[in-house]
Write a protein that binds this ligand. Structure first.
Ligand code: WTA
Length: 656
C-alpha cells in the first residue's frame, strides 16, 4: 500500500471503518497493484493522450493502424481516424492463433439446468455460420438488425455475426413488450429480426415469438424473422417471413471472411430512456467503444487467463453489451452466462452456479444484492464461494449496508468490490476503483478511469465547491462515448451538450470528497432508477394517457428499500370515468403491455387535477415532495390552483 493511507472521509458502516484498502495478496498479483501507478497512468492519459492511447490501442488488432487520435468538434467526436478493424475479428479470430483456441469463451447455464460450453474455436464457427446466413438474407454493412432473444449463447452469436458484417445490431431486452419492440425496430428501420421460440424465466416460457408477431402486425418493414429453437414449443410462424435458423443454416457455412471497417463504423444502437416520452437510440461505433470495453474489463476486473467472469446483466442492456460480450471476448476471457431468474428454483441459484462452475468474478447490481439480503444469509452461507476473488456492482449507487453484506457474505471479507459508475451513453465504465490499487469507500464509485475527466459543477456550469453536491459532467470526449442519438442530431446536442455549455452532462448528481472520490447521488432529471433499470417518467406517463379512461398522468419516484426507487403515478380520469381498484389493476397491466413488466407502478393515485404552473406544466417537483414527505414545503408560488395540493395530500393520505 502506498499513498492511500492518508484517505480520510468515509462514513463508517455498521460501526466499521468505512475505508477498505485492497487486500495485499490481491494487489501483489493485480495488473495495476498500487495507487501511484494508477495516478501516473491517469495523469498520462489526460496530459499526453497521444502517448497513452498510442500504447493502449495495441490492446486491439488493427487491420490498418490509425493515424489521427481525435477529431473533436462539439458535439461530434471521431477517434482513431484512418484505422480499420473488425470487432468480431477482435473478439474471435485473433484468439484462435494461440493457446486460447480451445479455451471456453462462453459457459452457459439454462434455467432448467442444462450446461453448454463454447470454446473460442466453436464460437467462431457459429458466428461465421450465422454471418453467412445473415448475408444470404441480404444483410450488408450498415443495415440494422434487431435482436430479441433470451440469455442464451445465440444472443452473443447474433451480435458478433452482425458485427462481422458491419451491420449495427439493436438488441431489445426480452422483457420488453411487443409495443416497445415495435417502437424500437421502427425507429432504427431494421429489415431483419432475430428471435427465439421462447426463453425460460422462473419456470415459465417467455412468449418472445408471439410478441414479435404482435409487434409486426401492420409493420411491413421486417422482411425476415430468423428464429432460434430454444424451448421446442410450437409457435406461430408466418410462411413468407419467418424461418427456423437451424433449418436455414448450412453445415458448410463455416468460414466467413472478415472485412475491416473504419474506426467510426457504427457497431450498435441501443435504446434507453430519457426525459422525453420516446426512448433514444444511443449509437456506438467500433474502435473507441471496443477499446473502452477491453481496457476497463482488463483493468477494473483484473482479468487473468484462468478467470471465469460472470456479469449478470442481460445482453438487452448496455452492461450486457460491454461486459458479457464485447469487453471480455475482446481480451480473450471466459464468460459465464445464465438464462433465468436469480431465485429459481430456490434463492441459492446464483451461489450454486458459482460453486459448480468455480466462477471467479461476479459483477451484479445493488438491487439484486438487496434481494439476496432479504432472502436471508442462510441461502448463501452454506455454499462454497472460495473461487470468488473479485466482486463488482453497477446500475445505481450501492448503499453501504448492501456493500458490506456483499463484502462479508458473498466475498467472505476477501474480495475487493469494484463499484462502477457509467451509462449506456458512456459505453464503458467511467468512475470505478482499480481493485489492486484503489482503497474502496462503500457507496462511492471512487476515481475516474484512464482518459475520463469528470467534474462537479453548479447550475451555471462553474465548479462546485469541494464537498458540495452538484451536477456530474465530463469535460472532454473519451473513446467509448456515444456518437449520437440515432436519427436525432439535434436531440443529441440538446440533451448532452447544451445544458452546461461545452461539456457532456450526465443527468446525474454527485459530490466529490476531500480525497477526490466521487459519490453519485442519482438522477437529477426526470429519469428514475427502478431495480437498476432506467425508466423515463415521460415514457410511463405517455403509456398511461394512451389508456382510454385516462386524461392526464404524472409519474414520480418514491424511495424503495429493495428496488432503489418505485413508481408512483398520479392519474386524472376522463369526464364520466370512475376511479376504482379494478381500474388501478387495469392501468398497471396497460403500462406493462405498453412497455414491459419491469415498469409496474407500485402505486396509482387518482386525483381530480394535477398541480400545474400557470403555463400549464405539471409540477412533478411538488408531487415528489408529497410522496416523499407527505407534505409540501417547497415554493408553490407558481402554482396555478393551490387547492389541488390539498386535495392530493388527502389522496396520499397525509394532512398538508
Ligand atoms: C446510474 C448502466 C451510481 C446513474 C451502466 C446512471 C449508477 C444510470 C451506477 C445509467 C453506480 C449506474 N453508482 N449510479 N455505480 N451505475 N448508475 O444507462 O444514474 O442503464 O446515469 O447504464 O444508472 O444507467 P444505464
Amino acid at each position: 500500500m502506498t499513498a492511500d493511507t492518508h484517505l480520510s472521509e468515509a462514513p463508517s458502516v455498521n460501526g466499521k471503518e468505512g475505508i477498505f484498502p485492497p487486500p495485499r495478496t490481491f494487489s501483489s498479483h493485480a495488473h495495476i497493484g498500487n495507487v501511484d501507478e494508477y495516478r501516473r497512468l491517469y495523469r498520462e492519459s489526460i496530459e499526453s493522450p497521444e502517448t497513452f492511447w498510442g500504447r493502449m490501442s495495441a490492446e486491439l488488432d488493427w487491420a490498418d493502424p490509425w493515424k489521427e487520435l481525435l477529431a473533436w468538434e462539439l458535439p461530434d467526436a471521431r477517434w482513431f481516424l484512418g484505422g480499420k478493424l473488425n470487432a468480431s475479428y477482435n473478439c474471435l479470430d485473433r484468439h484462435l492463433m494461440g493457446p486460447r483456441r480451445n479455451k471456453a469463451a462462453i459457459v452457459w447455464e439454462g434455467e432448467p439446468g442444462e450446461v453448454r460450453t463454447l470454446t473460442y474455436q466453436q464460437l467462431h464457427w457459429e458466428v461465421c455460420r450465422w454471418a453467412n446466413l445473415l448475408a444470404r438474407n441480404g444483410v450488408a454493412a450498415g443495415d440494422r438488425v434487431v435482436i430479441y432473444l433470451p440469455m442464451i449463447p445465440e444472443a452473443a452469436i447474433a451480435m458478433l455475426a452482425c458485427a462481422r458484417l458491419g451491420a449495427p445490431h439493436s438488441v431489445v431486452f426480452g422483457g420488453f413488450s411487443s409495443k416497445a419492440l415495435r417502437d424500437r425496430l421502427v425507429d432504427c428501420g431494421a429489415r431483419i429480426l432475430i428471435t427465439a421460440d421462447g426463453g425460460y424465466r422462473r419456470g415459465k416460457i417467455i412468449p418472445l415469438k408471439e410478441r414479435v408477431n404482435e409487434a409486426l402486425e401492420g409493420v411491413s418493414q421486417i422482411e425476415r424473422v430468423l428464429v432460434v429453437r430454444r424451448t421446442g414449443k410450437p409457435v406461430p410462424m408466418q410462411a413468407e417471413r419467418d424461418r427456423w435458423i437451424e433449418e436455414e443454416i448450412q453445415e458448410d457455412d463455416a468460414g466467413c471472411k472478415v472485412t475491416p471497417f473504419e474506426s467510426e463504423h457504427p457497431l450498435f444502437i441501443l435504446y434507453t430512456s430519457g426525459t422525453t416520452g420516446r426512448p433514444k437510440g444511443i449509437l456506438h461505433t467500433t474502435a473507441g467503444y471496443l477499446l473502452g470495453c477491453a481496457l476497463t474489463t482488463k483493468y477494473l476486473f483484473d482479468i487473468k487467463e484462468e478467470d471465469l467472469f460472470w456479469c449478470t446483466a442481460d445482453v438487452g442492456w448496455v452492461t450486457g453489451h460491454s461486459y458479457v460480450v464485447y469487453g471480455p471476448l475482446a481480451i480473450g476471457a471466459s464468460v459465464f452466462l445464465y438464462e433465468g431468474a436469480p431465485d429459481f428454483p430456490r434463492p441459492d441459484r446464483f451461489w450454486r452456479m458459482i460453486e459448480r462452475h468455480r466462477i471467479t468474478i461476479l459483477y451484479t447490481a445493488p438491487t439484486a444484492i438487496r434481494a439476496f439480503m432479504r432472502f436471508g444469509e442462510e441461502w448463501v452461507e452454506p455454499r462454497d464461494l472460495s473461487s470468488l476473488r473479485l466482486l463488482g456492482s453497477v446500475g445505481e449507487p450501492i448503499n453501504p449496508e448492501a456493500w458490506l453484506w456483499y463484502h462479508e457474505k458473498v466475498g467472505r471479507g476477501r474480495c475487493p468490490i469494484v463499484d462502477t459508475w457509467w451509462q449506456t451513453e458512456t459505453g464503458s465504465a467511467m468512475i470505478a476503483p482499480l481493485p489492486g490499487a484503489t482503497a474502496c469507500k462503500p457507496g462511492s464509485a471512487s476515481l475516474p478511469f484512464f482518459g475520463v475527466d469528470p467534474a462537479i459543477v453548479d447550475d451555471q456550469g462553474a465548479p462546485a465547491l469541494p464537498g458540495r453536491q452538484g451536477k456530474l459532467v465530463i469535460r472532454r470526449p473519451w473513446p467509448s462515448m456515444l456518437r449520437g442519438i440515432y436519427g436525432d442530431p439535434e436531440g443529441f446536442r440538446k440533451t448532452y451538450w447544451s445544458q452546461i455549455p461545452g461539456v457532456y452532462f450526465t443527468g446525474d448528481g454527485a459530490r466529490q470528497d476531500k480525497d477526490g472520490y466521487f459519490w453519485i447521488t442519482g438522477r437529477i432529471d426526470d429519469v428514475l432508477n427502478v431495480s437498476g433499470h432506467r425508466i423515463g417518467t415521460a415514457e410511463v406517463e405517455s403509456a398511461l394517457v394512451s389508456h382510454p379512461k385516462v386524461a392526464e398522468a404524472a409519474v414520480v419516484g418514491e424511495p424503495d428499500p429493495e428496488k432503489g426507487e418505485a413508481l408512483v403515478a398520479f392519474v386524472t380520469l376522463r369526464q364520466g370515468e370512475a376511479a376504482s381498484e379494478s381500474l388501478k389493476d387495469d392501468l398497471r397491466l396497460h403500462v406493462e403491455k405498453q412497455i414491459g413488466s419491469i415498469v409496474r407502478p407500485k402505486e396509482i393515485l387518482f386525483a381530480s387535477s394535477l398541480p400545474k404552473t400557470r403555463s400549464g406544466k405539471i409540477m412533478r417537483r411538488l408531487l415528489k415532495e408529497l410522496v416523499r414527505n407527505g407534505q409540501i414545503e417547497g415554493d408553490t408560488t407558481t402554482l396555478e390552483d393551490p387547492s389541488t395540493i390539498a386535495a392530493l395530500a388527502k389522496e396520499v393520505g397525509q394532512p398538508t
